[in-house]
Ligand binder design. Structure first.
Ligand SMILES: *Cc1c(COP(=O)(O)O)cnc(C)c1O
Length: 391
């Protein structure tokens, strides 16, 4: 095996068809902005997610920002947000000068805890300051407990933005992940399950709101021959070239989900025998796209942290990563409120301290995955506490 070849966490996986759509854009000189590839890519995502509308934009972060603008999040408005996620889920709240309030995970899905959410709502209601929106993240492709979360949010009449950047292709009780809230957000960044090299999509059944999103995303130009502006806009639309990449990638989304699941199943089969390792479970009634294969280590059985494993695997030219550091632990958010799952359990912190993401690229060969499995096995054997070896 060629140990010099680097194994990445989740690199782009092209089909070859992308070039045909890009060539079309060149032939017609529809380079940017917008064009028929953008229209088709939007239609493909709409059809796939069963939504009435979709707006292709330059990133998932931009799509979240637009959703917050459409929900009128302004200075000092509160927004509830999953704490266990990538920073991009919450940064757009700051772009609007809003105040993020972080909600812990629950142990089954690792996503937003309905219990913590309810506590946060009750306190906000008592203070007379309900949030303007709730951002629910479907991390690593696992859908959050949407029935419980939507019931709470509907009760308080607060709209939900689904950050489905990592969960395109996942299902929650027959609904596509990202299609259940007021707005859904997908990302096509280079490491996501499909990619346009960089891009995002905002989906909704509120077609009027999406028209407004298109308006804001193209510099908010009022109707006039000259350039007339009465609101702050953004330059957030996706180019016709990149949308061409997206069309070809959407053709294989289901295939990519199957490949991701096969990778996860292999890790689980080959490593599942090791004591003190547990893989992220697929919640009942859902389909998990297995964007990244993730697992937890029992720290009583292994004398190493996830960070040490990442460093050791790096020596084998294998890229892995700790789980996301919860946002309420980030220096940027040190003065923001956080609601734990229960009074004495902070699930997101437990996950962060013990969890690891393994290479999950759909272009990874079986031999390459074997390299990862063997390297991890060797390492864990070395790091086993005597209590396991003599058990
Ligand atoms: C990738 C990601 C985003 C941001 O998407 P970009 O397209 O990179 O801006 C937001 N939230 C989560 C959970 C992500 O993983």
């Amino acid at each position: 095996m060629n140990r010099n070849k680097r194994i990445y966490l989740s690199p782009p996986h092209m089909t070859g068809r992308e070039k045909e759509f890009i060539a079309d854009a060149f032939q017609t000189n529809m380079i940017a902005p917008l064009g028929p590839n953008v229209d088709r890519f939007e239609k493909d995502v709409m059809d796939y997610t069963n939504m009435s509308g979709a707006v292709a934009v330059s990133s998932g972060t931009a799509a979240i920002h637009l959703a917050l603008r459409l929900l009128d999040v302004k200075a000092n408005d509160r927004v509830f947000c999953s704490t266990f996620t990538f920073i991009a889920s919450a940064n757009p709240i700051l772009y609007q000068s809003g105040v993020p309030v972080f909600i812990d995970s629950e142990p089954e899905t690792w996503n937003m805890s309905p219990d913590a959410l309810l506590t946060a709502f009750k306190e906000a209601e008592a203070e007379g300051v309900l949030p303007k929106a709730v951002i629910v993240v479907h991390l690593y492709g696992q859908s959050a407990k949407m029935d419980e979360i939507l019931e709470i949010c509907d009760h308080y009449k607060v709209p939900v933005i689904e950050d489905a950047a990592e969960s395109l292709g996942s299902l929650y009780k027959h609904h596509k992940s990202g299609s259940m809230g007021k707005f859904g957000v997908y990302s096509f960044n280079g490491n996501k399950i499909i990619t346009t090299s960089g891009g995002g999509m905002l989906v909704s059944n509120d077609v009027k709101a999406l028209d407004q999103a298109r308006f804001l995303a193209t510099q908010a130009r009022d109707k006039a021959l000259h350039y007339e502006h009465s609101q702050t806009g953004y330059n957030y639309r996706m180019s016709n070239i990149l949308a061409g990449v997206g069309i070809a990638q959407m053709e294989v989304i289901n295939e990519r989900v199957d490949q991701k699941k096969a990778i996860f199943n292999r890790y689980q089969r080959e490593l599942g025998g090791l004591k003190g390792l547990s893989f992220m479970e697929e919640a009942k009634g859902t389909l998990h796209n297995r964007w990244l294969s993730t697992l937890l280590l029992d720290s009583e059985l292994y004398a190493c942290t996830p960070e040490e494993i990442v460093i050791e695997l790096e020596k084998e030219n294998i890229e892995s990563r700790p789980l996301w550091k919860p946002l309420h632990l980030q220096p940027l958010f040190k003065s923001n409120k956080f609601y734990p799952h229960t009074k004495d359990r902070r699930i997101s912190e437990e996950l962060y301290e013990n969890g690891l993401c393994l290479p999950s690229g759909t272009g990874m060969t079986n031999l390459e995955q074997k390299r990862v499995i063997e390297a991890l096995e060797m390492l864990l054997l070395k790091k086993s506490q005597p209590s396991i070896l003599h058990a």
